[in-house]
Design a protein around this ligand. Structure first.
Ligand SMILES: Cc1cc2nc3c(=O)[nH]c(=O)nc-3n(C[C@H](O)[C@H](O)[C@H](O)COP(=O)(O)OP(=O)(O)OC[C@H]3O[C@@H](n4cnc5c(N)ncnc54)[C@H](O)[C@@H]3O)c2cc1C
Length: 394
């Protein structure tokens, strides 16, 4: 690939962004910037543009962000709305929650493909097999092949292990690992798991002798997303491919779908971790997504917060000509919400609060209900929050 210098700083020619990482945060930021007039190039280290085989919940905050960048209608067409969130502890089912709440379940490959299409439509230049290794505050992205790409803004969207972030000593990272981890797989949806009673999120827990959890989420008539949590020292329950024996012993009523999970390909195991970084930018280099704020998945908010922050960044940049001012205003606006989401997710992961049901209190829902400055009243009207963030009647 070429290493053209296209930054101008002038208001008459488009401002230029170089983005490291074509994950959910990088693609969302790229689309938002391109739609507000920037020229944008995204570098993905892999040879193909895709995400791995699992599902994802997109909360109201994410849907508002995706609405702003014009992507939400496809999510609604290709994803599903779980009718409620039900929790079961040792077989006892608690009152389902979140009935009528505007959130969507979709497979990660589908979400990724929708974002790639939207990025192409917005004129984003997507470059595969292009690995970023560092960035400089003057607005230079350095690639593994030695190319030095000049930009008005360099976005490090290269995930929790961000090489670009790690190249900048001014971006100070605090990293923490937790007791649990999750195997994630996509499973073909069998006949016995068809029907309305399965068209919801079902969060199955057992806590003795150690915590094991299966988060069962239908992502449509053909697929089920299973998030299978266990303590990382439970080695048999922390491996891909799934060990059906150890899981079926705890969740015998799910044995048929666990057998399918054991056959699934393309899944992944991840330990719970957070990385809190301060500040989020150094000169013309800014962190967006997990590079800035990877969080425990207890609330399923990591990607949603990353997408919100990506869209809000483009919005603030359109409000302020001075880059330094824009980045300061953006971090000031987004920091409290992001820190709270991280801290709350970590607390819920450590205490396993959700296992007791009725966990989606108004306080817990604060992140999901976050309203973007970039969202219009028309966008907000599409996602009314029902009073049923309190437990719904079953
Ligand atoms: C078990 C679990 C469940 C979750 N469930 C949810 C959920 O339901 N809802 C939700 O909102 N969030 C959820 N999350 C969080 C979500 O998965 C992450 O927050 C999100 O994927 C982060 O997106 P990202 O784009 O910042 O980083 P990544 O997804 O890590 O993407 C980074 C991209 O950059 C590329 N890259 C990496 N290094 C380089 C480099 N040096 N140069 C070029 N490219 C590079 C990678 O290949 C990748 O394509 C969950 C997380 C876990 C662990």
């Amino acid at each position: 690939m070429s290493s053209t210098a296209s930054a101008t700083g002038s208001t008459s020619t488009p401002r230029h962004a170089e983005v490291a990482g074509a994950g959910f945060a990088g693609l969302t930021a790229a689309i938002a910037l391109a739609r507000s007039g920037w020229s944008v190039r995204v570098h993905e280290q892999n040879d193909t543009l895709r995400d791995f085989g699992a599902g994802i919940l997109l909360w109201r905050n994410a849907m508002l962000a995706l609405e702003v960048i014009g992507v939400a209608p496809r999510i609604k067409a290709e994803g599903v709305v779980p009718d409620a969130y039900a929790t079961s502890l040792n077989g006892e089912m608690f009152t389902p929650e979140l009935a009528g709440y505007p959130y969507w379940a979709i497979t990660r490959p589908r979400l990724h493909a929708i974002l790639v299409d939207a990025a192409r439509d917005a004129g984003v230049d997507l470059v595969t097999g292009s690995k970023a290794v560092a960035a400089e505050p003057s607005g230079v992205l350095v690639l593994e092949d030695g190319s030095r790409l000049q930009a008005d803004l360099v976005l490090a969207c290269d995930g929790a292990g961000s090489a670009v972030r790690n190249s900048r000593p001014e971006l100070v990272q605090e990293r923490k690992k937790y007791q649990d981890g999750v195997c994630r797989v996509l499973v073909r949806r069998p006949e016995e798991f068809q029907g309305e009673e399965w068209d919801r999120v079902i969060d199955y827990w057992t806590l003795e002798p150690d915590a094991m959890r299966i988060l069962f989420i239908t992502t449509g008539p053909d697929t089920i997303y299973m998030g299978m949590m266990a303590t990382t020292d439970n080695e048999r329950a922390s491996q891909i491919p799934i060990d059906p024996e150890v899981w079926s012993a705890r969740f015998p009523h799910l044995a048929p779908v666990i057998e399918l999970a054991a056959e699934a390909t393309g899944g992944r195991h991840d330990p719970y971790q957070t990385n809190r970084v301060e500040p989020w930018s150094a000169g013309r280099v800014v962190l967006v997504g997990d590079s800035a704020h990877a969080m425990c998945p207890a609330l399923g908010q990591g990607a949603s917060v990353g997408m919100v922050n990506a869209v809000e960044l483009a919005h603030v940049l359109s409000e302020h000509d001075d880059l330094g001012t824009a980045l300061a205003v953006w971090e000031d606006r987004q920091r409290a919400m992001t820190d709270a989401a991280q801290a709350r997710s970590a607390y819920m992961a450590e205490t396993r609060t959700l296992a007791r049901g009725n966990g989606f209190t108004p306080e817990v829902m604060e992140t999901a209900n976050f309203e973007l400055a970039a969202a219009t009243p028309e966008h907000l009207a599409l996602y009314p929050v029902p009073l049923a963030t309190e437990p719904a009647s079953s």
